[in-house]
Design a protein around this ligand. Structure first.
Ligand code: 6R9
Length: 647
């Protein structure tokens, strides 16, 4: 049933950017002459100096390098704004839809240019130079787009920190990249509730390692009271006021850093994924045009927050590089009511809609009525990202949201990949509910077994990518060795994705989820190690082990096993306290769904926690525990199974 095939309608296909017959041919060309292909695609950008050296890549650990368009020079803000001014100056670049439905604005490319230039000038005046890092901790407001683009204009490297992260998490990210300046807002507004952004920044800046910050710019969003510490803190409006509406763009090398985005891995603290200028923009813009079948008059809406990579590549950079109209939504899907998404679709005539399975499942639970009540007739394509979409949710999305009229692009990619790697091309590749389908141009996926042997045909195993693409991350900021060790050592000569994958007899790829210690909660990555270290930082906790568990809405939930210090007694109060503690240490997205007391944890004789067993206990699948004979103390398993019942 889940293998049912959905080709796009002929009316969609006839007008599609990539036609059914084009895919196989273009794909073959793109891998046979990879550098030639990307050389041609690179011409879509405006370069100060055109690149002649297109690709220089080696995945060999001893001779490692990833370079694209190396000798080219360009500026991202020029590509996203200036070059559209001639023909699209009055076209709407950003439709901003506020938390309150009465609050919305349209910003033309010309206005965007003026705002970005003013802020870029202000940043230069504040001493921000090419290569300096700037941390953004902002809600979904136009100033956030201005800030990202203003950084690119002057060659500063932005690090956007999601507005749901705690002061500790912000501090860690500021300290790691040594930010000179932070841009935040007085408060954020989501679902009618205020989020104390400036206060969180203030707290973050009292932590160790954050004295690199010289200036904090504060956007007035709600007008709520904040504590301005002079001379460090400055109002955004005040520094921007009176600045010239033109600003000389920095000529950046294609391989100069563009941004850092922190993401969770299987070990240690989040890593600063670094993307560079030329390859990233070529890849984000080209994938956006092909995969969303972008046309000049489309109104494109990606519901992701700019704090995640999807908000970087497919809310901001890809669409603006393509001269598109992109919707930026400040609110949440259920405020003022559960029909908000479809109200926004009707209000702005959204044609291309891109969201996450967790949102679809949450809306699905509320029934068809709120969707059917809205017209949605403008929609012509739907997209999904962040986690595997279960076939039931896919069908609901297709039949109810899209009235069985819109193709669905189930796009698989990662923070590390910069852009989409496996996806349907909507007019060319028939969809199967739950499958990300086929590789994008130039992408060579392979499935390997635990030893790294390539498995051919219909098979299942770990997903690797054999060759580079322009949007690939270049390093972990400040720790290049960690980059190589994390992604290129497990299977030498190949990029390891961390995902499991099945390939069917039609060559379609089905992502089965992470095979490492990363939990995907509502499409957001949480490292088990991060939650564990937050828990053990509590004075009463001796040890903690965290695994993912199935969750109807979130996809995966967080299941924590906690061993208390000798003399401490488990209680419901302490359980609540620890759950709150994790929220405070990392942020609400890391809130454990379950917390079980564990007198002992299942460990091998060498002391490694056997998470496989903890996962099965969390899933309540005691019959699938597998071999427990290598445990130092097999008895702990029974006590954990009993503990689960009494949780
Ligand atoms: C873009 C983004 C990456 C992880 C990735 C995988 C999961 C993303 C998916 C998907 C199945 C899809 N993932 N898209 N799994 N189907 N269409 O989400 O980046 O936050 O770094 O997460 O998300 O497990 O490895 P990021």
């Amino acid at each position: 049933m889940s293998d049912s095939i959905h080709p796009a309608s002929t009316s969609f296909t006839d007008a599609a950017n990539i036609k059914p017959d084009d895919y196989e041919r273009l794909y073959r060309e793109s891998v046979e002459d990879n550098a030639g292909f990307w050389g041609r695609i690179g011409e879509r950008l405006e370069w100060f100096t055109k690149p002649t050296r297109i690709k220089d890549v080696s995945y060999a650990v001893e001779d490692f390098r990833i370079r694209w368009y190396e000798d080219g020079e360009l500026n991202v803000s020029v590509n996203c704004i200036d070059r559209h001014l001639g023909e699209r100056g009055d076209k709407t670049a950003i439709i901003w839809e506020g938390d309150d439905p009465a609050d919305s604005r349209r910003i033309s490319y010309r206005e965007l240019h003026a705002e970005v230039c003013k802020l870029a000038n202000a940043l230069r005046n504040l001493g921000v130079k090419r290569g300096d890092r700037v941390t953004l901790y902002l809600p979904m407001i136009p100033e956030t787009a201005y800030a990202m683009l203003a950084c690119t204009r002057i060659g500063a490297v932005h690090s956007v920190v999601f507005g749901g992260f705690s002061p500790d998490a912000i501090a860690g990210r500021i300290a790691d990249c040594g930010s000179k300046l932070v841009i935040t807002a007085d408060e954020g507004l989501r679902g009618g509730k205020k989020v104390p952004l400036k206060k969180n920044v203030d707290e973050a800046l009292t932590r160790a390692g954050t004295n690199c910050v010289e200036t904090v710019l504060v956007v007035k969003r709600t007008g709520g009271a904040v504590d301005m510490q002079m001379p460090r803190d400055r109002w955004y409006e005040a520094v921007v006021d009176g600045q010239p509406e033109a600003c000389e763009p920095e000529r950046m090398g294609a391989e100069d850093p563009l941004f850092i985005l922190y993401t969770s891995g299987s070990t240690g603290q989040p890593k600063g994924v670094l993307h560079t200028t030329g390859g990233y923009l070529v890849y984000a813009s080209y994938t956006h045009e092909c995969i969303f079948d972008l046309k000049e008059d489309d109104v494109y809406w990606c519901t992701a927050d700019v704090g995640w990579v999807t908000g970087h590549s497919y809310l901001l950079y890809g669409p603006l590089a393509n001269g598109a109209t992109t919707v930026m939504f400040e609110g949440v899907p259920n405020h003022p009511d559960i029909g908000r998404f479809w109200d926004v679709v009707d209000k702005h005539g959204v044609t291309l809609f891109y969201t996450a399975p967790t949102a679809i499942r949450a809306l699905m639970r509320e029934g068809e009525e709120p969707v059917r009540k809205r017209s949605r007739k403008s929609l012509r394509l739907l997209g999904s990202v962040g986690e595997p979409i279960n076939p039931e949710a896919w069908r609901w999305y297709h039949e109810v949201v899209g009235d069985s009229r819109c193709p669905i692009v189930d796009t698989w990619w990662q923070t590390e990949t910069g852009g989409i790697l496996i996806t349907p091309l909507p007019g060319a590749i028939p969809q199967k509910p739950g499958s990300a389908t086929k590789p994008f141009f130039g992408i060579q996926p392979a499935i390997v077994d635990a030893e790294g042997n390539t498995k051919d045909g219909a098979t299942e195993g770990n997903l690797v990518i054999l060759d580079s693409w322009p949007g690939q991350m270049r390093t972990v900021f400040g720790d290049h060795q960690r980059f190589i060790d994390t992604y290129f050592k497990t299977y030498p000569g190949r990029y390891f994705t961390g995902d499991g994958c099945r390939r069917d007899e039609d060559g379609y790829y089905w992502i089965t989820g992470r095979v490492d210690d990363v939990i995907n909660v509502s499409g957001h990555r949480i490292g088990t190690a991060e939650v564990e270290s937050a828990l053990v930082a509590h004075e009463k906790v001796a040890e903690a082990a965290v695994v993912g568990c199935p969750h109807d809405i979130k996809g995966q939930g967080i299941y924590a096993y906690v061993t208390l210090n000798a003399g401490e007694e488990p209680s419901d109060e302490l359980r609540k306290e620890l759950v709150q503690w994790v929220r405070k240490e990392i942020g609400p997205i890391a809130t454990p769904d379950h917390l079980q007391w564990a007198p002992g944890l299942p460990k091998t004789r060498s002391g490694k926690i056997m998470r496989r067993i903890l996962r099965k206990i969390a899933e309540n699948a005691p019959d699938q525990l597998g071999d427990t004979s290598t445990l130092a103390d097999p008895g702990v398993v029974n006590s954990l199974l009993e503990g689960r019942m009494n949780r």
